[in-house]
Design a protein around this ligand. Structure first.
Ligand SMILES: [Zn+2]
Ligand SMILES: [Zn+2]
Length: 561
């Protein structure tokens, strides 16, 4: 993608300007591209920030244009350069965009907008060897010389430049191509094998944890006088502050939902640069990196799907960087996570039966637990346990919609118990089959199409990586974005297909009846967890309105086998 393509000269510089008889001024085009971070890293006080900087590439090139002084090796005329324009291509562009970008500056070359193309590095022209060679050859045939800052060769004046007589340039450029090609395959080969070794040395594997910064410093020179760089890791103070805030609030008993809301309210963005959500918080709380531990094999890819392993299977080593939490603090957090636990991915920290199922009938948001101390008219104190609208409790919108838990719980349980009666169950199933939405086939087909598109996109991502268009990190980033979407769509395709094609049934089991009726008569904590599991199996959600009292149960329907 062309981010920036401007011409500084209004007139068409079909031919270089000849000033007097012996100075040739050649219009020069800057080509910048982000590929490996390393090569475009910003150097401040001998430390490379891991930031791909296109402006920096442009500045380097502009400096070279201003300072270039040379003589044509054939006719000895003095050569000066003048900036004609710039193309800055972002590394993230896919193969097609990459081609568009290339075509654009080839067209400009054809039009005679420039006769020298200047880049930071020869491999900046294209990411794959094949494309690079092709572009270079086309440019040279148009009389454009390529000047690379990392392997500079003296320029000739345009009238002396001969495509077939440019051997020294070809030598250097071919070697640079081979080098970048080798680098890529080396990275790929070492990625898997090298991982446990990195861990043993205390270096993080895979993507960096939230708050951890990877930096480079110059530690000396090699035999050819190039800087030798060493990687080191540092914590970002601001992000560490956020991590500590999250851990502190979590241990103080604040719900994950509330923690997210506090962060989002302050305009702090999540590690993915989006709004904070439950999983981002849990990922941070579970990450041993904050307790000076690097881990491997905790989220291996099997058949294209990442699956988090139990902690016993992680390979862990002491990290090279500083700790944020003590080991005891980390363990305390893990204990709290375990204690809160989940049912169907929803929090069960709350003791109330219908939390996770009950939705406010006015705004549709989840209902939360209310616990308040109240006083009877006769003066005795009691604890009121109720449900209330989450929007009201947390954000002050909607209405209170509060009701005593026991009343709502019993009403729902009694309604569910009706399903124990064969007649009621069959009547219910008949009803949902009749109201089965007519567009269920359409929904299925659109999901299927969406799924196919994402799979095609995934194929393109894999191809871009195999062909060297995307580097490993770009590939990983794309993959991490796509895989969850594909997994979700796959599930949706299966469930919408089931809805479109098969009659539905409710998986009511005989033993449900006993435990539900027993619970209504004598509710106890031990049975509550069992009842919750039954309800989560049967029910999708329960809508609740207080005034006038309205309870609507949305049963889950399971395809007949
Ligand atoms: Zn010449
Ligand atoms: Zn509400």
């Amino acid at each position: 993608m062309l981010l920036n393509s401007q011409t500084t000269n209004d007139f068409n510089l079909k031919n270089s300007l000849q000033l007097a008889n012996d100075i040739v001024i050649i219009p020069t085009w800057i080509q910048g591209r982000v590929s490996t971070k390393f090569q475009v890293g910003k150097k401040t006080n001998g430390i490379f920030e891991e930031k791909a900087s296109l402006p920096e590439q442009q500045n380097n090139c502009l400096e070279a244009i201003t300072n270039y002084k040379g003589r044509c090796s054939k006719c000895s005329k003095e050569i000066r350069l003048i900036h004609a324009g710039t193309s800055l291509a972002k590394g993230e562009s896919g193969q097609n965009l990459d081609r568009e970008d290339t075509e654009e500056f080839l067209r400009l070359a054809q039009e005679g907008k420039f006769q020298v193309l200047i880049t930071n590095d020869s491999d900046r022209l294209a990411r794959s060897r094949g494309t690079g060679v092709m572009i270079r050859e086309q440019l040279k045939r148009m009389g454009v010389q390529i000047y690379s800052l990392s392997q500079p060769l003296p320029l000739k004046c345009p009238s002396c430049f001969d495509f077939y007589d440019d051997d020294p340039a070809i030598m250097v450029e071919t070697m640079s191509d081979m080098k970048s090609q080798l680098d890529i395959s080396k990275i790929r080969r070492n990625y898997k094998i090298g991982m446990p070794k990195r861990i043993e040395r205390g270096y993080p594997a895979g993507s960096l944890a939230y708050g951890l910064l990877k930096k480079y410093k110059v530690v000396g020179k090699d035999s050819s006088g190039n800087d030798v760089l060493e990687i080191f890791y540092e914590w970002d103070d601001v992000k560490v502050g956020i991590v500590n805030r999250i851990a502190h609030d979590y241990l103080a008993g604040i719900g994950v939902w509330k923690i997210c809301q506090n962060l989002n309210d302050k305009g702090i963005s999540s590690p993915q640069g989006k709004k904070w959500g439950r999983s981002a918080i849990i990922v941070i709380l579970k990450n041993p990196v904050y307790a000076k531990r690097v881990r491997f094999g905790w989220k291996p890819v099997r058949r294209g799907i990442r699956k988090i392993q139990p902690r016993e299977n992680w390979i862990m080593h002491e990290a090279v960087f500083k700790r944020v939490w003590t080991d005891e603090y980390y363990e305390k957090i893990q204990k709290e996570i375990k204690r809160r636990g989940t049912v169907g991915g929803r929090t069960i920290m709350s003791q109330a039966l219908l939390i996770g199922l009950l939705k406010c009938g006015y705004c549709g948001y989840s209902m939360f637990q209310i616990k308040t101390r109240r006083i009877f008219k006769n003066g005795t104190k009691y604890l009121f346990r109720g449900y209330g609208c989450g929007s009201f409790l947390h954000a002050g919108t909607c209405i209170h919609n509060g009701k005593a838990q026991q009343i709502v719980d019993n009403a729902v349980l009694k309604e569910v118990l009706k399903l124990a009666n064969e007649k009621a169950r069959n009547a219910y199933l008949e009803k949902i089959n009749n109201v089965k939405t007519d567009n269920s086939v359409e929904i299925f087909e659109s999901k299927q199409l969406e799924f196919k598109r994402k799979m095609d996109e995934f194929d393109r991502v894999i191809r871009a990586y195999k062909e060297g268009v995307d580097n490993l990190e770009e590939y990983q980033r794309n993959k991490e974005e796509l895989v969850p979407v594909i997994e979700r769509l796959q599930k949706e395709v299966i469930s919408t297909n089931a809805q479109a094609n098969t009659p539905q049934t409710i998986d009511w089991k005989k033993q449900y009846e006993d435990i539900l009726s027993k619970f209504i008569e004598c509710p106890n904590e031990k049975d509550k967890q069992i009842i919750r599991r039954i309800l989560f199996q049967l029910i999708d959600k329960v809508e609740f309105k207080r005034d006038p009292l309205y309870i609507k149960i949305f049963y889950k329907t399971i395809p007949k086998e």
